[in-house]
Design a protein around this ligand. Structure first.
Ligand code: ADP
Ligand code: MG
Length: 352
């Protein structure tokens, strides 16, 4: 089931929550809507679900105008961040609920419902919890049960609004991998809302980066991370260092210092902003052949997969660098040490 929204606009009073937004979700795709709080993600999801109307524009399900279809008719399943399972019902009854309230002509028999619920419990790997009540579950278990409940009515589309938002980091990571495996098996068209870039980068086939009711960029995780369309996407998707400089003769001039910029070719000098990801620097103990920035190590943190280094340049600028443990051991970096920083690459440049 493909979903398309065309030029949709949504106002709350004078406030434009969505501004002429268009997007297509391909059938079987897992698309992440990523953006800061207030960027319009939930609003867009509710419109796709048929829970809210638009002030302008169209919503298409499988190329068909869905305007007159109510939420139930659209065949969507939901999971929200704080999805309250029915407190007074067991896990089993929670999952069975959607099936039990179906119109009689399509409602499965009691035995079929039971079989179906057990299958779903098996799918979310929580068979042993069938007789428990929601308050007897952990947060992660509750969200998996919420997903099983959403799946019970065989939705053609899954809408997940920060489903792991309130869980511990470790549980979030496990569930996000689980969701990816689940999607690879069943290929239900899924819109997954998150404000966590790492989550979006890890789970999604494609990412839609939203900001202030508009789309900033749509692309694969690799695309949006390595080829950001603008500084907003760049900063939202991870740490980045910004240098205000003047570019000339293959170098960036920052204050009184010069820095070689690999691959830089310009007709004439330019004033620029250079954006550099933390892994795009090389740290050396001595001056090399080219121009590098002289800096002092302010802080080193080797805990983690990469070593995090905070540097302060002669000009007083701070640079955040990530290096491998191999490089770290080789350099034997310590606080207050003098080093030289050069560029391996530039992520994004903007001429001003
Ligand atoms: P997100 O999910 O990205 O955090 P939302 O879609 O919830 O953002 O909200 C987008 C903007 O619209 C926010 O500024 C929010 O305050 C506003 N908004 C959302 N729903 C309503 C509403 N029912 N009434 C008024 N303003 C709303
Ligand atoms: Mg939201």
């Amino acid at each position: 089931m493909s979903i398309e929204v065309k030029n949709i606009r949504k106002n709350f009073g004078d406030f434009q929550a969505l501004q002429d937004l268009s997007l297509k979700v391909e059938s079987g795709e897992l698309l992440a809507l990523l953006g800061p709080s207030g960027s319009g993600k939930t609003t867009l999801l509710r419109i796709v679900a048929g829970l809210d109307s638009v002030d302008q524009g169209q919503v298409l399900f499988e190329e068909q105008d869905a305007q007159h279809q109510k939420a139930r008719e659209r065949g969507v399943g939901f999971v929200f961040q704080h999805y309250a399972l029915f407190r007074n019902m067991t896990v089993f009854d929670n999952i069975a609920f959607g099936l039990k309230v179906q119109p009689r002509r399509i409602r499965p028999t009691k035995a079929k419902i039971r079989q179906k619920v057990l299958e779903l419990l098996n799918l979310v790997q929580l068979e042993w919890l069938a007789d428990r009540y929601p308050w007897q579950l952990s947060g992660g278990q509750r969200q998996r049960i919420a997903l099983a409940r959403a799946l019970a009515v065989r939705p053609k589309v899954l809408l997940l609004d920060e489903p792991f938002g309130s869980l511990d980091a470790q549980v979030r990571k496990e569930l996000r991998l689980w969701l990816r495996r689940f999607h690879d098996e069943f290929h239900i068209t899924t819109l997954f809302v998150t404000h966590d870039q790492e989550e979006a980068l890890e789970v999604a086939d494609r990412i839609v980066v939203m900001n202030k009711g508009r789309i900033e960029q749509v692309g694969t995780p690799e695309d949006v991370y390595h080829n950001p369309a603008n500084p907003f996407v760049l900063s939202f998707l991870g740490n980045v260092n910004l240098f205000h400089c003047r570019l000339a003769e293959g170098k960036a001039f920052i204050g009184d210092s010069a820095l070689d910029v690999p691959g830089l070719v310009l007709d004439q000098p330019k004033t620029a902003k250079l954006y550099v990801r933390p892994n795009q620097f090389k740290i050396s103990r001595g001056p090399g052949k080219g121009d590098a920035l002289k800096a002092m190590v302010e802080y080193v943190n080797p805990a983690g997969i990469v070593v995090k280094v905070n540097l302060k340049t002669e000009n007083g600028e701070r640079i955040y660098v990530e290096i491998s443990h191999d490089e770290f051991n080789h350099l034997r970096l310590m606080k207050s040490q003098q080093v030289y920083v050069s560029l391996k690459d530039v992520t994004y440049s903007e001429y001003v």
